[in-house]
Design a protein around this ligand. Structure first.
Ligand code: BES
Ligand code: MN
Ligand code: ZN
Length: 511
């Protein structure tokens, strides 16, 4: 875990392995790059020539670009790391928080193997302090639990993540700055824990193991937890969750996490798809489509992280998290295409494709969550390949049964720097899921597959309950190289959006 401090110290006197500064592309028309605010003292120590030196080294100020150079003489730190911020903002405006988050993340990644780095980036207010802290703490993430000698950095394959981050220009005694740092620590620690869960191989993280992790964390943070095992699921009539888990040697679980605040006026329910491995079941996925399917519990990981973060931040809102955990495997006991499941809500579903399993576990959890009449329900799921085709692999889709709520979720996502986009739920796609045998089938028309999945879920939302569905199939797992504060592998998609929704609900500012 990377440590965070705020410091008003001068860059020159700081004992650190590196000083991080920002560089921006000069405005259109003007030549070259400019050193961003926050690094004035560093620039001065180079005789005011830092921009020129960086240009000589080939720097352009482009977003994510990292240039390393020896620190000026007299500095305690040996290294200066210049990170690109992209275009310089218009006069009188400042760099956006997401720009700062990404730059800090890129610098933290480039500093893997170092102990301590001081970030002298342009921080104008507490929001910027939080953004730099978040970006650095998220960028410093590494998953090496399965590398040989993972505990010994010298023997490990990769470099140890940056161990300590100091944000310069931030005042440790300023209440807003301190709160921003505390928020960044809680959110990034839980988000990084979600990444760990996503990256953990499915032979080690089955539903039972995930439930045990949730139980331990709940205990630590004063969250009430209830785990329904296969017997309790049977007794409760959770046909969707049981049907998906039927083929696996590891039985399914439904975990309920209840964070309550004595000052709460509202109640949110978050529901996560937690397929610890999605082979497709009897409708088996072909090779090339199952190698990353350990990521199919990313929704549950996000919900888990968000509930724990809400508890750590003491938000004045009640948040219930539901983790619908199952492993989707083919076997003699697996659900067959053609089987009919009796769902928790009482509806029957003809399973025509066992690879459309996420909607089945979610349907039970959504119906159950709605019984408690929360003010809003948000489910998060790596639900469809179709959403990836529509929005690519960095943007999640938002569907909802309420236009204002969908917009509010979208705004919350934008605020925290998560790319998201509203998607419709067209009524006419519902009839594609008509079944001659059951109340509905678990698949429908191929075109608009992400929306069909959303329409399926909508059938299980309680009367009069406000609901949104986040399809994070694209951004949940990064199969290409790292960028900004996003590592390869599990990303922790939707965690920050959920935390923001909880904050906005607590302060009465949602919508
Ligand atoms: N977990 C997958 C969706 C997915 C695909 C997530 C790629 C992340 C990356 C989901 O369970 C699934 O298999 N969906 C099917 C639904 C289809 C059978 C209607 C799909 O999208 O192909
Ligand atoms: Mn599937
Ligand atoms: Zn799946």
């Amino acid at each position: 875990m990377t440590a965070l401090t705020l410091s008003t110290a001068a860059a020159s006197g700081l004992r650190a392995d590196a000083i991080v500064v920002g560089v921006a592309k000069s405005p259109k028309g003007a030549k070259g790059l400019s050193v961003a605010p926050g690094a004035e003292a560093v620039d001065k120590a180079y005789g005011g020539k830092l921009a020129g030196v960086l240009e000589t080294l080939g720097a352009s100020g482009a977003e994510g670009e990292v240039t390393k150079l020896p620190a000026p003489s007299g500095f305690k730190a040996p290294l200066v790391v210049a990170v690109g911020l992209g275009a310089e903002p218009e006069k009188d405006s400042s760099f956006g928080t997401e720009t700062l988050r990404r730059a800090a993340g890129a610098a933290a990644r480039a500093l893997a193997g170092s102990k301590k780095a001081a970030f002298a980036l342009p921080v104008a207010d507490a929001g910027d302090v939080g953004a730099v802290a978040e970006g650095a703490l998220l960028g410093a993430y590494a998953f090496d639990a399965y590398k040989a000698n993972g505990k010994d950095p010298k023997a490990r394959n990769g470099k140890a993540p940056l161990a300590e981050v100091a944000v310069l220009g931030a005042k440790p005694r300023d209440r807003a700055h301190k709160a921003a740092a505390e928020r960044a620590t809680a959110v990034t620690e839980e988000l990084n824990r979600a990444r760990d869960l996503i990256n953990t191989p499915p032979n080690d993280l089955n539903p039972e193991a995930f439930a045990a992790v949730a139980q331990a964390a709940a205990k630590e943070h004063g969250i009430k937890v209830q785990v329904l095992d296969e017997k309790a699921l049977e007794k409760g009539g959770y046909g969707g969750i049981l049907g998906v888990g039927a083929g696996s040697a590891s039985a399914p679980r439904l975990v309920k996490l209840s964070y309550t605040s004595s000052k709460a006026k509202k109640h949110l329910a978050f529901i996560g798809k937690g397929i610890t491995y999605d082979s497709g079941g009897i409708s088996l996925k072909p090779a090339g489509h199952n190698e990353t399917m350990k990521c199919d519990m990313s929704g549950a990981a996000a919900v888990f992280a968000a509930v724990v973060a809400a508890a750590r931040l003491g938000l004045e809102v009640n948040v219930t998290g539901w983790l619908a955990l199952a492993e989707n495997m083919p076997s003699g006991s697996a659900t067959r295409p053609g089987d009919v499941l009796r769902m928790y809500s009482g509806k029957t579903v003809e399973v025509l494709n066992t690879d459309a399993e996420g909607r089945l576990v979610l349907a039970d959890a959504i119906a159950r969550a709605c019984e408690e009449k929360p003010d809003a329900v948000v489910d998060v799921a790596t639900l469809t390949g179709a959403m990836m085709l529509a929005l690519g692999n960095r943007t999640f889709g938002i569907m909802a049964n309420d236009d204002a709520f969908r917009s509010a979720v979208h705004e919350a996502a934008e605020e925290v720097g998560e790319a998201a986009w509203p998607m419709p739920l067209p009524d006419h796609l519902r009839k594609g899921m008509d079944s001659p045998t059951a109340d509905l089938a678990n698949i429908g028309e191929r075109f608009g597959g992400g929306l069909v999945a959303g329409l399926f879920l909508k059938e299980f939302v309680g009367e009069g309950i406000t609901w949104a569905h986040l399809d994070i199939a694209g951004p949940a797992f990064n199969e290409s190289g790292p960028f900004g504060y996003t590592p390869k592998g599990g990303t922790g998609s939707a965690v920050r959006t959920l935390v923001r929704l909880a904050e906005l609900t607590a302060s009465g500012d949602l919508g």
